[in-house]
Every structure is written in structure tokens, then in C-alpha cells.
Write a protein that binds this ligand. Structure first.
Ligand SMILES: [Ca+2]
Length: 357
């Protein structure tokens, strides 16, 4: 066992033999038989399956919005099961996942197994070809994945769940835990279904690295396509509020006049589309210079340069931003934005007068 240097990987041969409802599972490693189990199954497998399996534990699948999915073997495509079949495997068969029973004592007479399906009996996967089945008694009802997240980074956790066809909603329930905290409890009815009916669930979690992700069945169901993807957003631009949404990603929406720009930009407000400089400048010092039309008492404003932190005070006593006086027009007035015309100025011929009394 083990073959590839620092890359954790192993290979083995898996045989599933069916005979009148009974299956034999023989697991071989490096050509030497390790275990043989006889078990009764309700599932029908009519084919002899001989699968030579190479398993890689490499993490690195790309997330839909970029970044790397931190879940190993997120779509349960390893180990490979022959198309159109279902396999009952030992609990440690799926790389990257720990499979457990809710009640091991219910399984004293038979080795516990997990069910891995590949488009079995017309049941389609939500991603790729394979998915796992939750069950009760001697088949796995808990699947655990550990992911190396970056502390304090926001991640989108998503997963696909389908009810078992023909089973009512109260027996199709799955709970989701992240670092021991219940994040969700999903359920769906399989009554009337003849195949899988997948629903994708998405929610935000905060990394603390390493993190434990647990899917625990309270009955039956199928799980596939588990993703834990970073959601890294650019800082919110002025006058916009950043919302991190599990479905939409980084969402920037304009803030209303007079409301705080962002939670990280305390004290700033947006007025007429212009954001007062934020207080979160480096070292707490305001170094940015801005221009404003200062009205010392007469009708003619004067363009002056001030520190950004003084802008709210200047506006409060009637000074005006240069840009609100002017717009260029089709006549090509060549209006400069950084001027301060008063209403008594005569605009050039063909140009609209723009001023604030
Ligand atoms: Ca899959």
C-alpha cells in the first residue's frame, strides 16, 4: 500500500460477486487478500464487477467562481464503481471521507458497509457519475470530511442532497455540521419519485483551519458534490456596501445617501453619489487631499484644497463639491470639473448654466 512518494495514494482490486441476492466482497492490496465478507443484500447486482482502482487523494478541484475546493474527493468519484451498479464497500473505502454508523450496536452480526452508486438503476448523480447513499443499521449514516481552511476566511459550503425515491420526507432527513455546529437540516419527500431529485444547498462558513464537515443522516437519502470554496471579496468601493452571498458571491450595492458606506468604513456617508472619505485610513491619519468650492461669504466660491477628514464640516456649512456645478454638454463647452462658478457667472454661448445658489 502506498506508491507515490509524498502523494497519499493507494491501489487495490475490488471484486463484487452476486449470486441470488448475496454478494461477496474481496478486497486485495498489492495482490494479497486482506478480507473477505459475505453479506446479504436487498440490492440486486447482476453483474460480476472487477474493478482495478487507483485512488488519488489530491485536493484541487476548481470552484465555480475560482479558488480551490478544499474537500477531498468531493463528488465521491473514487473508488470507481462500474457504471450502472451499486457497491457495498468497507467504511474506509472512500478516500478523503470517514464513514460511520449512528448506532454501531445495530450491526453486531454483519460488518458495516457504505453504499456507493454509479448511475445505478437509473439513479443519476448530481455531479459526475457516483454518489453515496445514507442508510440505517449496517450501512453508513455519517460522512465526515476534514478541510484545511484559512482561519477567518469566509467559505461557501455547498452540497447536493436527494431523497430516496418512494420514501417519505420524515425518513429522508440529513443534518449538516461544521466544526460541531449544526448548519442545516434538510429534508425532502421521495414519494412519487422514480429517480434522484437533487437540491443544492449553499451557506457561508468561517474557516478556522482545519475544519470538520459532517453530514449525518436521520434516515435515508443521497449525497453528492460537496464543495468548500473560498469567498474572497475586494474591499467595498466608496458608496457601496459589500454583501457576501452564498449563491451570488461578492455583491456590491450602492448605499443610500446619509447611510454608512460599510461596516468597515465607519463615520463615512454617501451624499449625491460621493462618499465622504472613510475613517479607516492607514495609521488612523487622514492624508488624502480633496478639493471643494468654499464660500467664505460672497457669491463667488473659491476652489480650495482640504484634508479629507474636514470635508463633512465644510459641506455642513454650505461648501459644495466642484463636480456638482458642471456637466459637459453637446455644444462642447469644455467645462472643467474643478472650478467653482457662481450663479452670477455668464455661461459660454450654448452652454447650460449649472450652479447652486
Ligand atoms: Ca458525484
Amino acid at each position: 500500500m502506498g506508491c507515490c512518494g509524498s502523494t497519499p495514494a493507494f491501489d487495490y482490486d475490488l471484486y463484487l460477486l452476486s449470486s441470488k441476492g448475496e454478494r461477496s466482497v474481496v478486497v486485495k492490496s498489492e495482490g494479497k487478500e486482506e478480507a473477505q465478507h459475505q453479506m446479504s443484500q436487498t440490492l440486486t447486482i447482476s453483474a460480476i464487477i472487477i474493478a482495478s482502482i487507483f485512488i488519488s487523494l489530491v485536493v484541487g478541484q476548481t470552484c465555480p467562481a475560482g479558488g480551490t475546493n478544499l474537500v477531498t474527493n468531493p463528488s465521491f468519484e473514487s473508488p470507481a464503481v462500474l457504471p450502472g451498479t451499486a457497491a457495498s464497500l468497507p467504511l474506509d473505502s472512500i478516500p478523503g471521507w470517514i464513514a460511520l454508523l449512528i448506532d454501531p450496536s445495530s450491526c453486531l452480526t454483519s460488518p458495516p458497509t457504505l453504499n456507493l452508486l454509479n448511475n445505478y438503476n437509473g439513479l443519476a448523480a448530481s455531479a459526475g457519475n457516483q454518489f453515496v447513499e445514507f442508510d440505517v443499521e449496517c450501512t453508513a449514516s455519517i460522512f465526515i470530511s476534514n478541510a484545511q481552511t484559512v482561519p477567518d476566511t469566509i467559505y461557501v459550503l455547498s452540497y447536493d442532497y436527494s431523497p430516496l425515491p418512494g420514501v417519505s420526507a420524515d425518513s429522508n432527513v440529513m443534518k449538516v455540521y461544521y466544526n460541531g455546529i449544526q448548519m442545516n437540516s434538510v429534508t425532502a419527500s421521495g414519494i412519487g419519485l422514480t429517480t434522484t431529485n437533487w437540491t443544492t444547498y449553499s451557506q457561508l462558513v468561517t474557516g478556522s483551519g482545519p475544519d470538520e464537515l459532517v453530514f449525518e443522516s436521520q434516515g435515508k437519502g443521497y449525497l453528492d458534490n460537496v464543495m468548500l470554496c473560498p469567498l474572497v471579496c475586494d474591499p467595498s468601493p466608496p458608496c457601496q456596501i459589500l454583501t457576501q452571498d452564498p449563491l451570488l458571491g461578492c455583491v456590491y450595492t450602492p448605499s443610500s445617501d446619509g447611510t454608512p458606506c460599510t461596516s468597515t468604513c465607519s463615520g463615512s456617508v454617501c451624499r449625491a453619489g460621493i462618499c465622504d472619505p472613510c475613517d479607516n485610513v492607514p495609521n488612523g491619519k487622514h492624508t488624502q487631499k480633496v478639493k471643494i468650492c468654499h464660500k467664505p461669504g460672497g457669491d463667488k466660491p473659491i476652489l480650495i484644497e482640504i484634508n479629507d477628514h474636514a470635508l463633512p464640516a465644510h459641506r455642513a456649512h454650505g461648501d459644495l463639491d466642484p463636480t456638482i456645478f458642471y456637466v459637459a454638454n453637446a455644444a462642447g463647452c469644455g467645462i472643467e470639473s474643478e472650478e467653482c462658478p457662481s450663479c452670477s457667472d455668464i455661461p459660454p454661448a450654448g452652454c447650460a448654466r449649472l450652479c447652486v445658489p
